[in-house]
Design a protein around this ligand. Structure first.
Ligand code: COA
Length: 223
């Protein structure tokens, strides 16, 4: 691709709120980007319900000029409220979708219970937790993830969030990406599966968002 074409492609990346019709493309991308995550094991139906019910959180997509999904980001602002609403509206569907995995034994059943209750974790008031940033393999290295994170940061500020939490693999490039938008390394923990995770934090009270970036901040769809 010539540099000129590359530039044109780069310019046509648009970040906007995720809407219901995006979920169909978001779920396969989730499965490509997070193949080893436990929630992925719970299957596409489970993921589809999870994303559809999370649209009022900070849920963003990056699309190209043709509207093709390049990547997405999801941060939770009110995980317990989302979880309660999800259970109230789609509890039976949600449980049915996780049943095949739960039926694989006690260990899996406990993990399903953990995954289902994970969103009820208490977070300090005014904070949000970054869950997923995913970019299609053929769109990587063009700044899509950075653009999504910048838009997420602006949306978080607009919605009164003061601190953002994230947990990453202990990968210097990945952490550098998060640091480039204002996160700092908080500490390193060992996850239950034995992997090292870097906990990252951003204090949004210290961040001044340039007006050009605020243009990317978008209201959540009404619920
Ligand atoms: C990590 C990920 C989102 C990066 O997407 P991307 O659109 O290629 O990222 P960008 O183009 O905005 O890259 C910005 C920087 O991040 C770096 N980077 C971050 N993570 C990286 C990774 N896993 N592999 C390679 N480079 C990575 C790039 O080198 C680039 O640095 P540079 O600007 O100094 O060259 C993408 O690789 C992905 O979807 N991975 C699988 C899912 C995942 O691990 N998500 C993150 C945790 S939730």
């Amino acid at each position: 691709m010539s540099p000129k074409n590359f530039q044109e492609t780069k310019q046509s990346i648009l970040v906007r709120p995720m809407v219901d019709t995006d979920v169909e493309a978001v779920v396969p991308l989730h499965r490509i980007c997070f193949p080893d995550y436990f929630v992925t094991e719970l299957g596409p139906k489970f993921l589809s319900i999870l994303y559809s019910e999370s649209l009022h959180e900070i849920a963003l997509v990056a699309v190209d000029g043709d509207g093709r999904l390049l990547g997405y980001h999801l941060s939770f602002i009110r995980p317990s409220r989302t979880f309660v609403r999800l259970m109230a509206r789609r509890g039976p569907q949600f449980l049915m979708a996780s049943l095949p995995t739960a039926a694989q034994g006690l260990n899996k059943a406990l993990k399903v219970a953990g995954a289902l209750t994970r969103p009820t974790w208490r977070m300090p008031k005014g904070s949000a937790i970054c869950m997923y940033t995913a970019v299609s393999p053929d769109a990587r290295g063009r700044g899509v993830a950075r653009k999504l994170l910048v838009a997420m940061r602006a949306a978080a500020i607009d919605r009164g969030i003061e601190s953002l939490f994230g947990e990453n693999e202990d990968d210097s490039k990945l952490c550098a990406l998060y640091e480039s938008v204002g996160f700092r390394r908080h500490d390193i923990i060992t996850a239950p599966d034995g992997t090292r995770k870097v906990r990252m934090l951003m204090d949004l009270r210290d961040v001044v968002v340039p007006s050009a970036e605020r243009a990317l901040s978008i209201d959540a769809p009404s619920i």
